[in-house]
Design a protein around this ligand. Sequence first.
Ligand code: WAQ
Ligand code: MG
Length: 264
Amino acid sequence: MLNELYSIRMRAAEGGAHEQGGRHISGGERLGQKEELHKLATELLTKSLNHSRGDCDFIQLVIEKLQNQEIKTISPLPVSTEHVQNVTEGRKKAVSLLSFLGISDEAITQGLNFLKQSTHQRGAIIVDSQTGKRLDHRELKGVRVSRMDWHTQSWSNWSAFYQPFTSSRIREALALASKVTASPYTIAELCWSDDPDYITGYVASSATGYKRITHLKNIGEDCGGRIFFVKQHCPLDDYISYLETTPVCITYENETDHRRRASS
Ligand code: WAQ
Ligand code: MG
């Protein structure tokens, strides 16, 4: 059932293409069968054309058939929410979670500083969890995690159970975080959106699950992005290749089954 899949990706910018200096507006990645491609293309176009970061004048859609590649199936991370009153409290919470996971103070500071000043980044940055050094050399392009999506029925099952979390933003963020943290080299991901109207972010790890934090920036700010904190001596090329090219399908049947698998 899962073969014959296509990867469909979108990126959009304002002021020309990204590589010509355009400002990043929106991106998206989905997987689907041939007969779903029209619908998925429309959804991605709609996402790029109605964006709080601005009006794009460059949109690229790329569709590729996955050639006999094995598709890895993984479960969504468990989700919980930390309700905080303001950014200071939210970032303090993020720091304490990252610190609990063994990430050094230096690396946490570097990661936070990066997200605070990042307004044009279109992919994630990879940071050594001990030295705090940026390991990828992708500049504004960063590393774009791709080729992951929910199995259609699994998303229906999951979102019916987790009623408040049915937005496409959460759908995408949870799929991404579940793929990223399924790598043995990822210690944690720190994320908040670069969209000025969305201030909830998260810290995700295989140990703690997907922990949403309700304020990680102030409304109106267009800084944000994703930091992947990795183990020391992480084989960078293999890691990036997993993030960019390994097809991953997020599967979920029901909560009982999910909890049983999570605790085994
Ligand atoms: N791979 C790597 N980095 C990405 C990707 C990707 N596929 N998609 C987005 N990014 C980076 C890029 O720098 C974006 O500019 C930045 O992350 C933010 O992306 O309530 O909406 O899509 O549980 O604006 C998280 C909380 C929302 C959701 C995150 O991010 C919730 C969000 P956005
Ligand atoms: Mg955004």
